[in-house]
Design a protein around this ligand. Sequence first.
Ligand code: PLP
Length: 370
Amino acid sequence: MFPLAIEAMVAAASQHFGNPSGAHRLARDARRLIDDARQTVADALGVDLGEVVFTSGGTEADNLAVLGMAAVSGGVTMCSAVEHHAVLDPVVRGGGVLVSVGATGVVDRSALAALVKEHQPAVVSLMLANNEVGAITDLEAASNVVHSRSPATVVHTDAVQAMPWLPVHELASTADLISISAHKFGGPKGVGALAVRRGAVSLRARSIGGGQERERRGGTQNVAGIVSMAAALAHNGAEREHTNDRVIRLRDRLEGELLDQIPDALATLPPKTLRLPNIVHLCLPGIEVEALLVLLEQDDVYASAGSSCSSGAMEPSHVLAAMGIDRDLAFAAVRLSLGWCSTEAEVDHALRVIPNAVARLRNHRAKAAV
Ligand code: PLP
C-alpha cells in the first residue's frame, strides 16, 4: 500500500466513524467523505459521480456486472476465455458463451463478431489487461465489434489489472461497466468499485437490503477502505507516468537477463505484444515450476506458476491453455511481477537467485534420469 493510503485509512476509521446512511452530523460527515472519494474514482474512470458503485473488491464488481445484467433479461452472458475467475465462473455457471483468444492472449475479434451476432448476449465481458500474462485488449475495437452486431448488448471490462498502469478513462471509454480493485493500485484489500454507465442502468443489485449505492449494492459502505482507495487512486494517477518508465526499465532488464542466462527460456507472449509494464511471463522447459517456486521462496523471491492444483490434479492455467500454449510448457511457466515499489537491488537479487535455482533443478532432473 502507498503510505498515504494507510494514513488516509487510519484517519477515516478513527475520526469519521459515522454510518453514511444515517441523518445526523457524524453520518453526513462520513457520507461527504465517500462522496469525495466517489468523485475521485469517477474522474479516474471517466464517468459521472452517480455512476460509481462501491463494492468489496474486484470479484464483487465483476460478479455484479455479469450476474446483474443477466438478471435483467435472463439473456446470455459472454466473455473471453482468458477472463479472471470472477468473470469466468459466473459466465460458465450460467451456461454462457466463451470467446477464443489468439496467441497474444486477447480476444479473437472475428470469433467475437460471429458469436455476438448469433447470441445477441445481455452482456459481454472483456478484460482490459490480463492478470497472468499482462496482454492488453484494444477495448474500443472490441466494443465496436459487439455494439455493431448487437446494439443492446452491454460491454463490461475488468480493469482490475489495468488500473495501476493504464489510462483507463481513455481506454475503457466505450465500456458500459468497468471493475476496479484497490489492492492493485496501492490501496487496501477488500474494496473496489463498479462504474455503471447509462447503457447499463438497468443492472440489478446482487446484494439487497439497505438500498445503498443507489439501490445497486445494499450494505453499509466500508468508509475507511473507500477513502483509502481514493487516496491511492489519486496518487497512482499522479505518479503513473514516472512509475511506468521506471518499472518498464526494471522489467526489461529482468526479462532480458533471464532469457540470456537461462538456456531454452522463452517469453510466453509473442514479441511486440501490447502488455502491462510490470509482468514478466516465461516458460522454462524442463522445470517443474512448483519446485522452482519453493526454491525461490527460500531466497525471498515470490513468484507464481502458470498452473494450479484443481480437484487434486495439476492443471495448466486456463489462460495459457486458451492461448494455445503446449501443456508441458504451461507446466513450466512462471510469472514474475513488479510493483510501484520494486527496486534495482531487488531485480539484481532475483537475477542472482532465479538462474541458479533453475540450473539446480535441471541438474537434479538430469541426475535422476541417469
Ligand atoms: N480481476 C482480475 C483481473 C484480477 O487480477 C483480480 C485479482 O487478482 C480480480 C478480478 C479479483 O479482485 P479482488 O481480489 O479484489 O476480489
